[in-house]
Structure formats: structure tokens, C-alpha cells
Design a protein around this ligand. Structure first.
Ligand code: ADP
Ligand code: ADP
Length: 239
């Protein structure tokens, strides 16, 4: 499991928007942390600097043994293979069954020739099925992505990320498009994965009550600056 360290990280987009302003934080391996803030406060930008989808224009980002801000090309792609990522929109292949949607995670590490052939090894199969089981979706293994409810899709997306055997899990508004009971179920899955696997989990979320209930530490962003960093239980909306 990996730690994360941001040292005075700034991101200015090409159009001049300053999305992050000298943000510094350290997250230890195995922590479960929420990043909260209004829409546009920089949550998504922050999380994307960690897997290198967004490049910091100032400061440094380290994750586990890697200094992300120094990586390019192939080294960056290799890093992403170790970073599990889930999104608000699930990003499942709708016409493909759950099993093959999850297997995609296995090919995050595979050499290109194996990607081309798309042939899973017995290990790949077992890891994919174990991941599905750990989010309670094993019985849907042959359902097509498009046939699932929103909550089921997000749990399959979690299984896909888990099948990468990631060293850290980043979730960008994973429950924003789910109804409240389903949002609780998905947050509860993430918390269980954090507890059982000791996996570092960082989750962007704009719902304070969910952040308080399911994470232990909360980081509050406002207009690109960290305005709160502390126990999730103590955080109030005013923070
Ligand atoms: P959040 O996830 O909290 O909604 P974002 O990180 O998505 O915040 O956005 C932070 C700010 O950066 C916002 O003002 C947003 O409009 C802007 N922004 C995000 N992505 C881009 C981009 N690719 N180009 C320009 N501005 C962007
Ligand atoms: P929806 O149809 O609203 O999207 P879901 O498909 O997310 O709902 O959930 C359907 C049911 O499965 C809910 O009652 C939910 O509590 C339950 N559930 C949620 N997470 C799990 C899990 N990991 N394993 C088994 N059941 C779950």
C-alpha cells in the first residue's frame, strides 16, 4: 500500500484557471481519506495529479516509491497500472459482460502482446472473480454492463480496479450519481476494502455526511486551497 505526499502543488490549466494553489498534504499508507469541497474547488484536479492524469505546474507529487512529477511516457503508464481509479460515470463497457469488464483491470500490467491476444491466465481469472466476490457481484458475472443498475455498475468498476491489485485506490465522486442507499452501499464497500486489504483510499465527495460517516480523515478544499485537514468526525460544513 502506498503513501501520498503533495508538496506545494499548484495546477494552472492552459486557459489560466488556477485549480490548485500550493497544496501540501501527506497521507500515510492504509489511510481512508475524503476530499470535500464545492464543485470547482479542485478535488478532481488534486486526485488527478496523483496518477499523473493532470501534471502539476508547480511543486512535487510522490506516491509510494514514485515521484509522479518526474515521470514521463512509459513510466507514467506503468505507475497508472498500480493506481486503481473509479469515476462518477463508472466507465464500463455496456455491451460486454461483467467478467470481461473486470478482466480489463488485469491487463493494466500485462505486456503488450498479451493485451493484444486478450487471453487471461488462470491467475487473472481467479483475481477477477475474487474481486467481484468482494463487492458482492459474483452472481452477475455474465450480465452485460448495460443491464446493471448504477450501484451495481459502480461495484463492478471497483472490482475492475481491485483486479489491478492496486497499491492505492482513487475515487473521483464515485457516488455522486447514485441514490442515497446505493451511495451508502458503495462507500461501505470502499471502507471494507480499505479495512480488509489495508489499501490507501482517497475519495472525492461533495456530501459531507457520507465523508464523515465512511472516512477517518477529511481534507477540505476551497478555491484550490486546503482549508481543512483533520478528523472527519469533527468537520463541520463551516470548515
Ligand atoms: P472539482 O473536482 O472540485 O469540481 P475541478 O478540479 O474539476 O474541481 O476544477 C477546479 C477548477 O479548474 C474549476 O474552476 C474548473 O472549471 C477548472 N478546470 C478543471 N479542468 C479544467 C481544464 N481541463 N481546463 C481548464 N480548467 C479546468
Ligand atoms: P440500485 O438498484 O438502487 O442501484 P444496488 O444495485 O446498488 O441498488 O443495490 C441493490 C441491493 O444490494 C441494495 O439493497 C444494497 O443494499 C445491496 N448491496 C449493496 N452493496 C452490496 C454488496 N457489497 N454486496 C451485496 N449486496 C450489496
Amino acid at each position: 500500500s502506498w503513501h501520498v505526499e503533495l508538496d506545494r502543488v499548484s495546477v494552472t490549466y492552459p486557459n489560466g484557471t488556477r485549480a490548485l494553489k500550493e497544496a501540501s498534504l501527506r497521507i500515510e499508507a492504509g489511510e481512508m481519506v475524503s476530499i470535500v469541497g464545492l464543485s470547482g474547488s479542485g478535488k478532481s484536479t488534486l486526485i488527478r495529479t496523483i496518477n499523473g492524469l493532470v501534471r502539476a505546474t508547480g511543486g512535487t507529487v510522490a506516491v509510494g516509491p514514485h515521484e509522479v512529477t518526474a515521470l514521463r511516457g512509459r513510466a507514467l503508464r506503468e505507475l497508472r497500472g498500480h493506481v486503481g481509479m473509479i469515476f462518477q460515470g463508472f466507465n464500463l463497457a455496456e455491451r460486454t459482460d461483467v467478467y470481461h469488464n473486470v478482466l480489463v483491470g488485469r491487463f493494466a500490467h500485462a505486456p503488450a502482446w498479451r493485451n493484444l491476444l486478450g487471453i487471461p491466465s488462470p491467475d487473472d481469472r481467479e483475481i477477477a472473480l475474487t474481486a467481484l466476490d468482494s463487492v458482492g457481484m459474483l452472481e452477475k458475472v455474465w450480465a452485460r454492463g448495460g443491464a446493471l443498475s448504477g450501484g451495481q455498475k459502480q461495484r463492478v468498476a471497483i472490482a475492475r480496479a481491485l483486479s489491478q491489485e492496486p497499491s492505492i485506490m482513487l475515487a473521483d465522486e464515485p457516488v455522486a450519481s447514485l441514490d442515497p442507499p446505493t451511495a451508502h452501499a458503495v462507500m461501505s464497500d470502499l471502507r471494507r476494502i480499505n479495512a480488509e486489504r489495508g489499501l490507501t483510499v482517497l475519495v472525492n465527495i461533495h456530501m459531507m455526511d457520507l465523508a464523515r460517516e465512511y472516512t477517518t480523515r477529511m481534507i477540505g478544499l476551497r478555491a484550490g486551497e486546503i482549508v481543512y485537514d483533520g478528523p472527519a468526525q469533527d468537520a463541520t460544513d463551516a470548515d
